[in-house]
Design a protein around this ligand. Structure first.
Ligand SMILES: [Zn+2]
Length: 135
């Protein structure tokens, strides 16, 4: 289960509405299964950003360092699916890390529609849905 506090959730939704119709992304920081901070990061994918995202490893490392200094850690990654449902794609799975939660936000016509969270397994063969509480 992952719980996203209201402030962090609002930052996530506002960021992916701004990047629409491209995919927006960022990291979720907190302790245990609770996200207290969301940090939007640039989509570093050099292809069509309407269909995919990547996070620069340097951005991820810097955000992780900062979270650790504050006694927290990176719990997961969020990204949006513009005009698509919040599923975890094969490509998402191939680029995932098994120790993170992956929150996918569906943005339709520029507005938030729904979201799901996934936890990839260690072989990156599947990512079961986990319970997501937000707001
Ligand atoms: Zn995706």
């Amino acid at each position: 289960m992952i719980k996203i506090e209201k402030d962090a959730w609002e930052i996530m939704v506002s960021h992916v509405r701004q990047t629409y119709p491209k995919e927006g992304c960022g990291v979720m920081i907190g302790v245990g299964g609770t996200v207290t901070q969301a940090v939007p990061l640039p989509n570093a994918f050099t292809g069509a950003q309407e269909d995919f995202f990547t996070i620069d490893p340097e951005d991820l490392r810097r955000t992780d360092d900062q979270a650790r200094r504050e006694g927290m850690g990176v719990i997961g990654i969020f990204h949006s699916h513009p005009d698509c449902d919040a599923y975890f794609s094969k490509r998402d799975l191939e680029h995932s890390c098994p120790w993170f939660s992956y929150v996918v936000l569906s943005i339709k016509k520029g507005s938030f529609d729904h979201a799901n969270s996934y936890r990839p397994d260690f072989d990156q063969t599947e990512a079961p849905k986990e319970e997501l509480i937000y707001g």
